[in-house]
Design a binder for this molecule. Structure first.
Ligand code: SF4
Ligand code: SF4
Length: 161
């Protein structure tokens, strides 16, 4: 399944230490650097965001945020340079699996191969129990086995390859 970003903005909230603006070109265009991998990229603030860029910039509330992160009126987060965002951001996925309860509410996220982030004590206990029994070496096979085990326990799981 293809990864879906929910626009929570969490991953961009600390990217200010890596993404720097090296030079302003004309209008809303910039030469920038992404410190992870030392990637140089050319960013353009999308027209639809230019009028409200200064007032919506997430840095107004959090100086560590990426300089291009915007906070929308309804609390979600948007990338002002989405079409020209760096390769790092294009490739980034914040989790390899999302876990949902029977109502479809997201209650857990798996990072890397086996590290679960959840506030649900039952899911935490089930995850530790079922994953301790999985023998597969290959990451994809391991995640499929984990998702199947969760489904037997009444959860739903989406895997991102
Ligand atoms: S990649 Fe993940 S953490 Fe980042 S904004 Fe999307 S859902 Fe949130
Ligand atoms: S460039 Fe866009 S996607 Fe990348 S960290 Fe900044 S706001 Fe997030």
């Amino acid at each position: 399944m293809q990864f879906k970003c929910t626009l929570c903005g969490k991953c961009c909230q600390s990217m200010g230490k890596y993404i720097s603006i090296e030079r302003q070109m004309s209008g809303g265009s910039y030469v920038c650097r992404h410190g992870i991998g030392n990637e140089i990229f050319f960013a353009t603030i999308e027209r639809r965001f230019r009028d409200r860029f200064a007032e919506s910039c997430a840095r107004r509330e959090n100086p560590e945020a990426c300089p291009f992160l915007l906070k929308s009126d309804v609390g979600s987060h948007l990338c002002a340079i989405y079409q020209t965002r760096p390769e790092f951001c294009q490739r980034f996925i914040c989790c390899t699996m999302r876990v949902f309860d029977q109502s479809g509410k997201e209650i857990g996220k798996v990072k890397g191969r086996a590290s679960i982030s959840t506030n649900d004590p039952r899911l935490k206990e089930v995850w530790e129990r079922v994953t301790s029994e999985i023998a597969a070496d290959d990451d994809a096979a391991w995640r499929r086995a984990a998702a199947e085990a969760l489904e037997r326990e009444g959860y739903l799981a989406d895997i991102y390859e």
